[in-house]
Design a protein around this ligand. Structure first.
Ligand code: CUA
Length: 364
């Protein structure tokens, strides 16, 4: 028994909207913090449709996709009932009966019926093809005024780079502004999927792939990787926030390093570059958790111990093969971030690690 169901149904539309608004605000206050994915549910208006049928139609072609799906569903259902129904009826009607040796001979040909059952399905199939192709073209041809957003997928996270150079881990869009996503993978096959937009496209290493859509409804939607890409695949999800205006988005995506504390800058670097493999909740992932490591003596794979200090962090970021903590590697090999993160960035990461340690210490 799903106890959530009656609760969901009891929720009114307006309370769902209110909840969503609060979530959006919580996310914008966190800057680039990736919201708890459990908070990100697609859809806003109809709780039944949201949770138990299709998610909100948040892109320009979502309605057409759903329409075609439902049309095919009903056509299939009608034909299923008609065919199986008449089959059952004739089975019963012409079943073997005592005293009847053979059934009456049936007519071998009926031109009217032959034409009907050839032409009618053909017309339906051509119609399905026509509607499908129309929607498909809309999905595959970018709009002229579309903004371009670079998408980088990697095990196991997302990086979105906007036209003005801002970078975030969540995808920030503006309502009624068409987008052209230019997507690449740093490692293996991933897939971009936002159910609310009815848009999904593979992200293939060594080439670019594209996705086009126009968000038509503001809100917070779930964005996930839809191609099994490793042990962290199920965690490779983030939020897609559709803002009502360009200013609203800018307030959520701009990052001015000088205005932030070293901790905040470090946190941002962590979220963009490290969070795919390193957790800060004490749980090991592809790499060790980072919240308690500062000042700790870490045991290495070769049996030695290393003190986690400034040099250790710098080495781990620039020359990750130098210190491999016991229980990790060589399979989960980390790439060097030399050339990606400079020494100032490393300083921020160090400030972040120090404060994380302090915070975790306080919590005990
Ligand atoms: Cu990336 Cu699954």
């Amino acid at each position: 028994m799903n106890w959530q169901l009656p609760l969901m149904l009891a929720q009114t539309d307006s309370s769902r909207l209110e909840e969503l608004r609060e979530r959006t605000e919580a996310i914008s206050m966190q800057g680039t913090t990736v919201p708890d994915s459990s908070l990100v549910r697609e859809g806003t208006s109809n709780p039944f449709a949201t949770e138990y049928w299709f998610p909100t139609q948040a892109s320009s072609f979502a309605g057409e996709v759903d329409f075609l799906y439902m049309a095919v569903f009903w056509i299939s259902l009608i034909f299923f009932v008609a065919i199986v129904g008449s089959m059952v009826y004739f089975c019963v009607k012409y079943r073997r009966k005592d005293g009847v040796i053979a059934p009456e001979p049936s007519s071998s040909h009926n031109t009217a019926i032959e034409i009907l059952w050839s032409v009618l399905p053909s017309i339906i199939l051509v119609w399905i093809f026509y509607v499908g192709a129309e929607t498909w073209f809309e999905m595959r041809i970018p709009k002229e005024n579309a903004e371009e957003i670079q998408v980088t997928a990697k095990q196991f996270g997302w990086l979105f780079t906007y036209e003005d150079g801002d970078q975030t881990n969540e995808l920030h869009l503006v309502r009624d502004k068409p987008v052209r996503l230019i997507m690449q993978s740093e490692d293996v096959l991933h897939s971009f999927f936002v159910a609310a937009f009815r848009q999904k496209m593979d992200i293939v290493p060594g080439r670019y792939t594209y996705a086009y859509f126009e968000p038509i409804k503001d809100g917070v939607y779930r964005l996930s990787c839809n191609e099994y890409c490793g042990t962290g695949h199920s965690k490779m999800k983030t939020a897609c926030i559709v803002h009502t205006s360009e200013e609203d988005r800018k307030n959520n995506t701009k990052w001015i390093e000088a205005e932030k504390t070293p901790f905040e800058n470090g946190q941002r670097i962590y979220q963009i570059h490290c969070s795919g493999c390193h957790k800060v909740d004490g749980q090991p992932a592809t790499g060790p958790a980072l919240n308690l490591i500062w000042g700790k003596n870490e045991r290495m794979i070769d049996g030695t111990t290393e003190l986690v200090d400034e040099d250790y962090v710098l080495d781990s970021i620039w020359y990750p093969e130098k210190h491999i903590v016991e229980g990790y590697g060589p399979v989960s090999k980390m790439n060097s971030f030399k050339g990606i993160l400079d020494q100032k960035d490393v300083d921020y990461v160090i400030a972040y690690l120090k404060e994380l340690k302090d915070q975790s210490g306080d919590a005990k």
